[in-house]
Ligand binder design. Structure first.
Ligand code: AMP
Ligand code: MG
Length: 331
């Protein structure tokens, strides 16, 4: 049973809800001109606002618990980004009135910590490209302690109660606490009625519904096809941005989620904030998560999953069949 009296659990649910509703407002107002980071991923007003909000709240409520988050304020502090910073400040001030631009930058940089024995990790908007397209994205927050994800929360503003893509709908929040199961509720209803998430009990590989990144550059489309052939599944893999895929899997609406390595970036290492929350939600819903070789995700190696290669998440029953198929196609 989910213990909502536990302060960290309550904090994580509340702040992901707030951050998700904030980014939803930003999206609705279309104030998100993308700027380009060194790695060419678009960063928006909403990313920064979401991270500032979580950084500020965490610093206030758990000042001794570090935050490892995706963004930093270096781009935002540049003279040509003054307007972006002003927009971020405007949105964050709705929650924390009278915030200054300097406050905002320092709250964002609260996320510059290194992983420790007990720390939080945040993706302020996972799936920025989906966000800009008006598709799927998620606010993802996880608590990692003693090398394992202990709490994972995903806010998915564009996922409906039926776990379908529903831009403009009410949105869904999922939470998992190690040993307490995985749960979901409406994003916009506080405190919310929490219903259990449970993976599907499909046993037949031919029936497996596959999930993959929307962005072809984040996966290997050819290998997805080989895998589908090897499993004899005929359904077209569902393309979806962000950790919303983990939520869909945890809800029993798909059986397998693959993160193959893009041929353009064969040495890519997954970032911890891209996998932590979603992986616990799948595991606590009865599923299994490993890398493409079947190794458990190792969250003790810094900001990336350095000892792992790709990700395979499943309803557990089909995990071995998927690993066998991966071996057969020489992943
Ligand atoms: P998805 O929407 O599932 O493709 O996941 C989005 C996340 O993929 C982003 O938050 C990025 O951190 C991450 N990403 C960026 N480049 C790559 C890449 N080459 N391969 C895999 N993931 C990537
Ligand atoms: Mg991300």
């Amino acid at each position: 049973m989910l213990n909502l009296e536990q302060p960290e659990t309550r904090f994580a649910i509340n702040i992901v809800r707030e951050a998700s509703l904030l980014v939803k407002r930003v999206q609705a107002k279309m104030v998100s001109p993308a700027i380009t980071k060194g790695d060419y991923s678009p960063v928006t007003v909403a990313d920064f606002a979401s991270q500032a909000l979580v950084g500020k709240a965490l610093a206030e409520q758990f000042p001794d618990q570090p935050l490892v988050a995706e963004e930093d304020s270096s781009e935002l502090r540049k003279a040509n980004e003054r307007q972006t910073l002003q927009q971020v400040t405007k949105f964050v001030s709705e929650r924390f009135p009278h915030s200054t631009s300097e406050d905002i930058s320092s709250w964002i940089d609260y996320g510059a910590s290194e992983p420790a024995d007990h720390f939080w990790t945040l993706d302020p908007i996972d799936g920025t490209k989906g966000f800009l397209r008006g598709d799927q994205y998620a606010v993802a927050l996880a608590l990692i302690a003693r090398g394992k994800v202990q709490i994972g929360v995903l806010g998915c503003p564009n996922i409906s109660e039926g776990f379908k893509s529903d831009p403009g709908g009410l949105g869904t929040l999922a939470v998992a606490v190690r040993g307490e199961g995985a749960w979901h509720t409406e994003l916009d209803s506080e405190p919310g009625v929490f219903k259990p998430l449970k993976v599907s009990d499909t046993k037949d590989p031919e029936q497996a519904r596959l999930l993959r990144s929307y962005e072809s550059g984040h996966t290997n489309v050819g290998q997805m096809d080989y895998l589908a052939d090897e499993l004899s599944t005929t359904a077209e893999p569902v393309r979806m941005d962000s950790q919303a895929k983990y939520m869909v899997l945890a809800a029993g609406k798909a059986e397998l989620y693959l993160r193959f390595l893009s041929p353009r970036q064969p040495d890519y290492k997954e970032k911890i904030w891209d996998q932590a929350a979603g992986s616990l939600i799948v595991e606590e819903a009865g599923g299994k998560v490993s890398d493409l070789y079947g190794l458990p995700l190792d969250f003790t190696t810094g900001r990336t999953l350095r000892s792992n290669r790709g990700v395979l998440a499943s309803n557990k029953i089909l995990h071995q069949a998927a690993l066998n198929a991966l071996r057969a196609i020489n992943t």
